[in-house]
Design a binder for this molecule. Structure first.
Ligand SMILES: [Zn+2]
Length: 242
């Protein structure tokens, strides 16, 4: 009761307020963390999915705990279109990896209307933006939401490094945003191309760090999203006993 009284005294509040306003505001940009790209049985699984899935899970747990907002993009292609067979709407592969979803979320389908309410990220923990192409800035609504999002730092995770992540990061940098890429939480199909993409992002001003720099060390090894032997820790044991 004493503590409560102290907090209610008027002159204490101005001392607290500056700390709140000075706190660094971060937003996680979660790029295409969909089953087709991140699970072993997906149609275009990234090559380093086990490690990346673990790091993505750590980032999402941190965001949940610290109430960091998340803007996610997903690719969603028309099954009757000519975009290949990845992330087709109505298939399991288009769905996001379960732990990348927040409870209070709002999904926008792809479309050319750019209207949305100003307080989107006040009332939701996560905005999910559907795209018809890897570049979110090709999509009018995604373009506007990403352009108008305000944060002192945008933390980028997801995949793939050489396409969607590259376009997202370069587009954010062009719009004057401060972008940090967690290099061990982005997945790629081809390492050499991904390395070149990361160098491009860095040259344009992105900060490249490992997730432990942001989150500290973690003992999390298994992520229970993918059912392949590597993700369930079976492959390593088999190799050791062989
Ligand atoms: Zn796996």
């Amino acid at each position: 009761m004493e503590a409560l009284k102290t907090l209610m005294i008027g002159d204490v509040v101005p001392m607290i307020r500056p700390i709140l306003t000075l706190r660094k505001k971060r937003i996680v940009i979660d790029v295409d963390t969909q089953k087709d790209f991140f699970l072993a049985d997906g149609k275009a699984c990234v090559r380093n999915h086990r490690r990346v899935l673990a790091n993505i899970r750590r980032v999402m747990a941190w965001a949940r705990r610290d109430q960091v907002r998340v803007i996610s993009t997903i690719q969603c292609h028309n099954p009757n279109g000519h975009d290949g067979d990845v992330c087709l709407s109505g298939t399991p592969g288009v769905c996001k990896v379960p732990y990348t979803l927040r409870n209070r979320r709002l999904t926008f389908d792809s479309g050319d209307t750019t209207d949305f309410s100003r307080d989107l990220l006040q009332n939701n923990d996560q905005i999910i933006l559907c795209k018809r192409t890897p570049d979110p800035f090709d999509e009018p609504r995604a373009e506007r939401i990403l352009t108008e999002a305000k944060a002192s730092e945008f933390i980028v995770i997801g995949g793939s490094t050489e396409t969607s992540v590259l376009y997202t990061v370069l587009g954010m940098l062009t719009r004057g945003k401060s972008v940090t890429v967690l290099v061990d939480a982005v997945g790629s199909s081809e390492k050499s191309v991904a390395d070149i993409s990361l160098r491009k992002m860095k040259a344009k001003g992105a900060k490249l760090i490992e997730s432990k720099t942001l989150l500290g060390h973690s003992s999390l090894r298994q992520v229970n999203a993918c059912q392949c032997d590597r993700c369930r820790g079976k492959l390593r044991k088999a190799t050791l006993s062989a």
